[in-house]
Design a protein around this ligand. Structure first.
Ligand code: ATP
Ligand code: MG
Length: 389
């Protein structure tokens, strides 16, 4: 990736095109950012109505490992990124042999595996929750009681709290593993959380790295509900620690692209790393309206080998996730009332059906002070039927 892929030019008689593996909302917002800069976009996703496929110049509707599909993607793209961490690493290896792919297969493979991910955090000197890897019945038998109560998490394919069971006793642990079909798991000790936060960095192939400010996150039922980003939302010393840890984690795998690292803040004030996402993250959606560059613009820049400059947050901000629960029986929320509030920015992902818990969109709120933003966000939440925070 030595030469930048400049937008608005032609390559082999075609407009310069950037590709993305996966057609969810993150791919859609990547496509929007790439198109704003003059790139064409291509999405590979089997779903005919995928949010990103609907807004992209090209939509290749095959499985992620389909040889023909990958060939088609390579034929039109100058570089390829991913929008969800469960894209099979072998597909990224196939693509990476022929064009720039960021993040690379090795980084994605680590993020796809909770055990490998934790080992990487430890190598980087960042504290993780006490845990045990459970791949076999012998490892299950060897689990020590100090990890209980805990959370049993599948090593692979978890998201939004799926593939996780909370257990208090050894009997519950054994039953939970059977319920998870005895696939490889990690048992994590249940920690007393005071709060959760995350940090997003973007790193270029040349090693240059920039970061967004630290995001304070509130999860409900294992799903992100509210992100708040303003001076003092996270105490300055903890914020500095989280940024330094995230930078070390990205550096340690020579990461190229946008990376999000999620942390727990414990009752005693210690910072413990939870997990990383090798892509833009739900907790970074506020950047679309509150920063001079969004996380998706930085994804485009890292992919195209363009320069990175430190993003600047110009407004205090709160993001509310809009889940399918807000669309009971085909009704639609009162957007006219919500958008009458100052500094509200609506983002909907074009999903055709609303199921409870499904991420349908988000509402960004910006203002001049954290008090003003909180007050507007609480009014918007009340109008939407989202519990106060
Ligand atoms: P997502 O993809 O939305 O980030 P996930 O399925 O990967 O979610 P985790 O991030 O592992 O799940 O956990 C979801 C939430 O459960 C966390 O944000 C936190 O609120 C809670 N949680 C997870 N692990 C622990 C723990 N060891 N102690 C206390 N709470 C935890
Ligand atoms: Mg998580």
């Amino acid at each position: 990736m030595s030469r930048p892929i400049l937008p608005g030019s032609m390559v082999n008689g075609q407009p310069t095109t950037l590709g993305v593996m996966g057609g969810g909302q993150l791919g859609r917002m990547f496509a929007h950012a790439a198109q704003a800069m003059g790139y064409f976009t291509a999405v590979l996703d089997p779903d005919a109505t995928s949010p990103a496929g609907l807004v992209s110049h090209h939509h290749i509707q095959t499985d992620y490992l389909d040889e023909q599909g990958l060939k088609q993607l390579l034929a039109c793209c100058a570089a390829v990124t991913t929008e969800f961490e469960n894209v099979p690493a072998p597909a990224l290896r196939t693509l990476g042999a022929q064009c720039p792919v960021a993040p690379g297969a090795d980084a994605v493979a680590i993020a796809q595996d909770r055990a490998a991910e934790k080992a990487h955090f430890v190598r980087c000197g960042v504290p993780v929750a006490p845990h045990a890897v459970i791949d076999t019945a012998d490892q299950m038998a060897a689990v020590t009681d100090d990890l209980l109560p805990g959370i049993l998490k599948t090593t692979r394919m978890g998201y939004d709290g799926k593939g996780q069971i909370r257990v208090k006793t050894r009997a519950e642990l054994v039953a939970a593993w059977i319920e998870l079909k005895s696939v490889p798991c990690v048992l994590e000790k249940m920690l007393p959380l005071k709060a959760e936060c995350s940090v997003i960095v973007a790193r270029g192939a040349d090693g240059q790295m920039v970061n967004f400010p630290v995001q304070l996150n509130e999860h409900r039922d294992g799903i992100l509900a509210v992100t708040s980003v303003y001076e003092g939302a996270v105490p300055a010393d903890l914020a500095a620690q989280a940024v330094a840890a995230t930078r070390a984690i990205a550096e340690g795998i020579h990461y190229v692209g946008v990376l999000c690292v999620e942390f727990f803040i414990l009752e005693g004030g210690q910072l413990v790393v939870n997990e990383m996402a090798p892509r833009p993250h739900n907790s970074g959606h506020y950047t679309m309206n509150a920063c001079d560059q969004s996380q998706f613009e930085l994804q485009v820049r890292t992919l195209a080998g363009l320069p990175l400059t430190q993003p600047r947050q110009h407004s205090p901000s709160i993001m509310l996730n809009l889940l399918g629960d807000l669309w009971p029986e085909g009704t639609s929320p009162a957007w006219d009332k919500v958008l009458a509030l100052p500094g509200t920015h609506l983002h909907l992902y074009g999903k055709v059906s609303a199921r409870p818990g499904r991420k349908m969109g988000h509402l960004n709120i910006t203002g001049t002070t954290s008090e003003a933003v909180r007050s507007t966000a609480l009014q918007a939440a009340a109008l939407l039927g989202i519990a106060a925070f």
